[in-house]
Design a protein. Structure first.
Length: 84
């Protein structure tokens, strides 16, 4: 029997649409930059971060998601053909 919001409402698999992506420069020396990613599903926002020590790759990923990914479902984003 489901007991939490996640158990009751999560549809499983790839779900939600990319709502927001931001490139965040760290404030402290030695920390890696990261992407803040917000996915919206059923009027609920789910947030996560993504980081990589390859900052050139991270910036390209950010630009791609910002220009081509906002509003797409995660399944559609996963199907994008990109050349990094």
């Amino acid at each position: 029997m489901p007991h939490s919001f996640w158990d009751l409402y999560h549809p499983g698999g790839e779900w939600g649409d990319l709502y927001q992506v931001k490139y965040i420069e760290p404030e402290r020396k030695g920390e890696l930059p990261f992407l803040k990613i917000v996915v919206r599903w059923n009027d609920v926002d789910f947030k996560t971060t993504f980081s990589d020590d390859d900052t050139a790759f991270l910036k390209k990923l950010y630009e791609m998601l910002k220009t081509r990914g906002i509003g797409l479902s995660l399944a559609e984003i996963g199907d994008l053909k990109v050349d990094f």
